[in-house]
Design a protein around this ligand. Structure first.
Ligand code: FEO
Ligand code: CA
Ligand code: CA
Ligand code: CA
Length: 598
């Protein structure tokens, strides 16, 4: 049974004020960049030059705003491996000077599109426990961008809802956008969630678009000035946005493979997809829709996983059942006080069921066809009694116990009129984490139980914080849980997005004990630089290493008044570029390693 802790011993750090522009790690640990925005991936890639970036150079360099991360070693060889990292979005206003944007607008658009997507990069190191470095020209190195062709798979492939003038087949999409968190499948592929795709398109004003946040009027990046497909009002392009908002699957070991968009996993603002193999061999994919008052989903494959047969396993997400979750509290006499729901049995817990939306290629939603349910999944889920949640972010099954963890980051619109036992705080400023257990531990089943692991907050100030009964004076402050990870013992690690604006501390990575008398204990491991978010945590506790993607450092700054210079720290008053150091922050994959050896 998991005890929690793994190796990786550390003394929790004190929370770090939000204005500190550096990595803070525990005593006995140090950190180093693995790869930064703009680092060249191929032998003939141009060097990063902030004054001369073009779409062509960016497509051969590491992308911007690193998010989902995995670090995979080559079998038992602990001196080689690779990373997979998604690049969620771009912040042009701190990437380029206003003069460069004004005089090179088309280049800036092309850099933006090429800085989205994913990177796959080979890694090496001299010995176990040493920090990894990236291999320029590695055999697996690949950039996937907003221009890369994707195949469309599943029941909605070819649907008229996916056809455009550029792709009358509805089966071939250019690019992936806003790739947020993700997961690595047991068969070695990567699932990546297309999240806030609405921000890239000028909408037509239809109600379906509105349910996904699309609006008429110019977009922030104005890609529509260069490419017709980003304006849905242009003739032949009204469906272009329907081609985003999917789970994509990529085979990182084959740089020539065509990545796939899986329509059977539904279209919404996908945070991530994480797979668990049910006892009978069917696979479940757990997924959150990251929007206030949106839903939690699960896909269950029809076919079964076959160990070692990657070709077969890469067909598993093409047939099966898409479900949406309904949560019921079990405290019949829950009361509402000034903060929200107070369960009369003392525990925030209850039962739940998975409501099918599409099953065996049949729509389970009256009045909607299969392709309508898959393309307008939010509208389908609205009609079946799904539970509106407090912004579902990462959702991951624990590889050791099979229990499922769901991060709900916050919901300022949750009110005393809409609280329930699963979303009990009004307003939910700091978010919470729910633990779910499938009935019979059958991940292919249709019912589960759940309980709240913790209600986040700064325990010194919060009146609603709750840590499964663990003493509040012994936990680190935590707010806005986002990405989840597990160490080799099945202990949960939670990273945050938004702490600075809520509890005043920099975004962080925390260890959370799940089992035994210390269940609910939150211990802060690190803090990221100013305005950055802690993404993609990867815990290699057997190697005394932790990896994080430092996303959007300096996001609240402007060119010439940057709030972060991470990780190169050249002051704004100095030359714009010296060698490979720049006067702008660079989103960076960071490794934290033990200085005490292994
Ligand atoms: Fe891209 Fe839900 O964070
Ligand atoms: Ca209860
Ligand atoms: Ca996220
Ligand atoms: Ca986020």
């Amino acid at each position: 049974t998991p005890k929690g802790g793994g190796k990786l011993p550390f003394q929790a750090i004190d929370p770090v004020p939000r204005t500190v522009d550096r990595m803070t790690v525990p005593e006995g640990y140090d950190w180093a960049p693995v790869i930064r925005w703009g680092d060249p991936l191929f032998a003939d890639s141009p060097e990063f030059d902030i004054n001369r970036q073009t779409g062509e150079s960016q497509a051969q360099q590491f992308g911007y705003n690193c998010d989902y991360l995995n670090i995979i070693t080559d079998g038992r060889n602990d001196r080689s491996g690779y990373l997979v990292n998604s690049h969620e979005y771009t912040n042009e206003y701190i990437m380029f000077s206003p003069e460069y944007i004004a005089s090179n607008f088309e280049d800036v658009v092309n850099v933006g599109i090429a800085a989205h997507g994913l990177s796959i990069v080979d890694l090496k190191r001299d010995k176990k426990g040493a920090p990894w470095t990236y291999v320029r020209g590695g055999r697996r190195n690949r950039r996937i961008t907003g221009f890369t062709p994707f195949a469309v798979d599943g029941p909605a492939a070819g649907s008229k809802l996916l056809q455009t003038v550029e792709d009358p087949t509805g089966r071939r999409v250019l690019g992936t956008l806003n790739n947020c968190a993700g997961g690595t499948t047991p068969w070695g592929t990567v699932l990546s969630g297309e999240e806030n795709f609405d921000q890239y398109f000028v909408g037509t004003g239809s109600p379906e678009e509105a349910r996904y946040g699309l609006r008429p009027g110019p977009t922030g990046r104005q890609w529509e000035r260069v490419y017709d497909r980003f304006n849905l009002n242009n003739p032949g392009y009204k469906n272009e946005a329907n081609r985003f908002g999917w789970i994509v699957e990529i085979d990182p070991e084959d740089p020539t493979s065509t990545p796939v968009k899986h329509t059977l996993l539904g279209r919404f603002k996908h945070e991530a997809g994480n797979v668990y193999i049910a006892p009978n061999g069917q696979v479940a994919v757990y997924m959150g829709d990251d929007q206030v008052n949106d839903y939690v989903y699960k896909f269950v494959s029809k076919k079964k996983y076959i160990e070692g047969n990657k070709k077969h396993n890469m067909t598993l997400l093409s047939e099966g059942t898409l479900y949406v979750a309904q949560y019921q509290g079990d405290s019949p006499q829950s009361e509402i006080d000034g903060r929200g729901t107070v369960p009369s049995d003392g525990d925030f817990d209850g039962t739940g069921r998975w409501i099918p939306l599409v099953k065996d290629n049949r729509s389970m939603v009256p009045g909607m066809s299969v392709d309508e349910v898959l393309v307008y999944t939010r509208l389908a889920a609205d009609t079946v009694g799904a539970t509106k949640m407090d912004r579902p972010e990462d959702m991951e099954p624990n590889p050791v116990t099979g229990k499922i963890y769901l991060a709900l980051t916050n919901n300022s619109s949750r009110s005393l009129a809409t609280v329930d036992e699963a979303n009990p705080v009004a307003p939910n400023r700091d978010g919470h984490v729910i633990e779910m257990i499938e009935d019979g531990n059958d991940h292919a089943g249709e019912s589960f139980t759940w309980n709240i692991l913790f209600l986040a907050g700064d325990p010194a100030k919060s009146t609603s914080a709750y840590f499964s009964g663990f003493p509040q004076d012994q936990v680190s402050p935590i707010s806005c849980p986002d990405n989840l990870a597990f160490d080799s013992q099945g202990t949960l690690w939670v990273s945050t997005d938004g702490q600075p604006g809520k509890i005043g501390y920099g975004d962080a990575l925390h260890k959370v004990t799940l089992e035994g008398p210390e269940r609910g204990k939150v211990e802060q491991f690190l803090s990221v630089p100013r305005d950055a978010e802690t993404c993609g945590p990867v815990i290699h506790d057997r190697d005394n290493s932790v990896f994080v993607a430092v996303q959007h450092p300096g996001e609240n700054g402007t060119w010439g008044a940057q709030t972060s210079y991470f990780p190169d720290y050249l002051p704004a008053s100095g030359p714009v570029q010296v060698g490979d150091k720049v006067a702008a922050p660079r989103p960076t994959v960071v490794q934290v390693f033990s200085t005490r050896g292994n």
